[in-house]
Design a protein around this ligand. Structure first.
Ligand code: FPP
Length: 238
């Protein structure tokens, strides 16, 4: 099962407490650690976390640099834990705008966790689904026989998605907003959506379990009339 999470609400969590927004991100990073462990315990196949969108570069420089520092620290402290838990870590998104130190940490974490055969953890940094789709479409030119699976492979290539991940089964967004914010637009074609009111730093194992329970109660039809495997022939419609 592939679960993707839009981790929203760090800023509001901090503001409600009279703290700077960056304090919310620090607390958000603690929630990331807890949720990754809970997801591995829940036996998820793939967990994709939206950590930084391409549009987030428009935030004040102090906030973006604090976030980049947090990603670096996360990789530094969590890589060993991932290795111990057989979690394979992969950062998706653009890499040409990340600083050299962070880039080296990403490459090192990916190399050290590459043998993990447990959960596949993907962290989206400087990610824009629209940009990835446009870039994949550009690479698809001249391949008239390309099918959706082939296009998906191109997308993964564009996103540095190694190993490839399948389509999203469940998309969770915290923080009460109900939008996709340019996240995995292609991969979420048939995803079930779960919107949680709680702010990301407050999200924990119980909330993840509640989302998974909600998902378990959904009937997925993939455009057909009865539940069936998503990779079987797809019909049209919702
Ligand atoms: C959106 O909430 C959150 C982000 C842009 C950053 C997400 C970062 C983390 C969860 C922490 C670090 C991540 C890792 C992987 C170590 P917001 O700040 O827009 O919240 P708001 O809507 O309340 O302002």
């Amino acid at each position: 099962m592939h679960v993707a999470i839009i981790m929203d609400g760090n800023g509001r969590w901090a503001t409600q407490r009279g703290l700077p927004r960056t304090a919310g991100h620090v607390e958000g990073a603690k929630a990331v650690r807890a949720v990754v462990e809970a997801a591995a315990r829940a036996d998820l196949g793939t967990l994709t976390l939206y950590a930084f969108s391409a549009a987030n570069w428009t935030r004040p420089a102090g906030e973006t640099s604090a976030l980049m520092r947090l990603f670096g620290q996360y990789l530094f402290t969590e890589t060993r834990r991932c290795v111990e838990q057989s979690i394979r870590l992969n950062v998706i998104g653009r890499r040409d705008r990340l600083n050299g130190n962070l880039l080296r940490s990403i490459e090192q974490s990916e190399r050290l966790t590459a043998g993990g055969n447990g959960m596949h953890l993907r962290v989206a940094v400087d990610y824009s689904s629209q940009r990835s789709i446009v870039e994949a479409a550009r690479r698809a030119c001249g391949h008239a026989d390309l099918d959706p699976e082939g296009f998906m492979r191109l997308l993964q290539e564009v996103d540095h998605g190694t190993p490839p991940a399948g389509e999203v089964d469940l998309l969770i967004r915290t923080g009460g907003e109900r939008r996709l914010s340019d996240f995995l637009l292609w991969e979420c074609a048939y995803a079930e959506l779960h919107f949680a009111e709680c702010l990301w730093p407050d999200f924990g194992e119980a909330h993840l379990r509640a989302a998974l329970d909600d998902y378990a109660g959904r009937q997925r039809r993939f455009g057909g009339v009865a539940a069936r495997d998503p990779r079987a022939t797809r019909g049209e419609g919702a």
